[in-house]
Design a binder for this molecule. Structure first.
Ligand SMILES: [Fe+2]
Ligand SMILES: [Fe+2]
Length: 245
């Protein structure tokens, strides 16, 4: 993949393995990557809300930078997935748009707490699961173009997850706010698990060499993310009791 200064071009590595697929399989892989492009744009839309919360209520410079950069990263992810879909489907495709979603609100939480809970859900939990998913995706992928895209997505999502932990560990989140996060944690964890089940488990098509993981693989990935990354992360930032729920 190449980058221009200022205006970024998306170009994928040569990949002869795409032509070796049966037409039906190639079509399914292409459709999979087009759906992922739409998901990435929807994630960008969530990241806009997270970034706005960080700007409105404050964060350390590194978190502010990562949260605002994440919006553009997710749009680039969408472009990469869209380019891959075009490669597999062999024709130009309209660029998708983000799924429309309402404002995220957590009960009657006041706006500042609402913004914090959204950041924790999106960054620590959703991006943590995304990281585990992409690690498994990369481990099983062999096609050069799909591998290159997955590698880029993974590199960024590790940073997107890191911003949540950095924020929770910072002085911008006081004791009262941490207590609220602790109380909300079981709900946030359930929402994260639900979002990923809804997003992915309907997938019946399995072609891991080209980056498509069927639904039967997803539960184990989400479990591993919770056990190895997310729950230890909450323990590390002092929300141990709630993380143990
Ligand atoms: Fe992404
Ligand atoms: Fe991300």
């Amino acid at each position: 993949m190449t980058r221009d200064a200022g205006r970024e071009r998306i170009s994928l590595p040569e990949d002869g393995t795409v032509r070796e697929l049966e037409p039906r399989e190639r079509e399914q892989v292409g459709r999979h990557w087009l759906a992922r492009a739409e998901s990435e744009l929807s994630t960008a839309s969530v990241c806009v809300r997270v970034a706005r919360g960080v700007l409105d209520y404050g964060a350390v410079p590194e978190v502010t930078w990562l949260a605002t950069r994440a919006v553009a990263d997710e749009v680039r992810h969408a472009r990469l997935c869209h380019a891959l879909a075009e490669l597999y489907l062999g024709e130009p495709l309209p660029f998708p748009r983000a799924r429309s979603m309402g404002e995220a609100s957590f009960g009657d939480a006041p706006p500042e707490l609402n913004a914090l809970l959204l950041l924790v859900l999106q960054s620590c939990i959703n991006e943590g699961i995304a990281t585990a998913y992409l690690q498994e995706n990369l481990r099983l992928a062999s096609a050069p173009a799909a591998r290159a895209v997955i590698h880029e997505l993974l590199r960024d999502d590790i940073e997107h997850a890191r911003l949540g932990w950095a924020h929770l560990a910072s002085a911008n989140v006081d004791e009262a706010a941490r207590r609220h996060v602790g109380l909300a944690l079981p709900t946030l964890l359930r929402l994260g698990r639900q979002a990923w089940s809804k997003e992915l488990t309907s997938a019946a098509f399995d072609c891991p060499g080209h980056g498509c993981l069927a639904g039967f693989r997803h539960a184990a990935i989400v479990d591993a993310a919770f056990e190895q990354l997310i729950l230890p992360g909450f323990s590390h930032v002092g929300l141990r009791g709630a993380a143990g729920t």
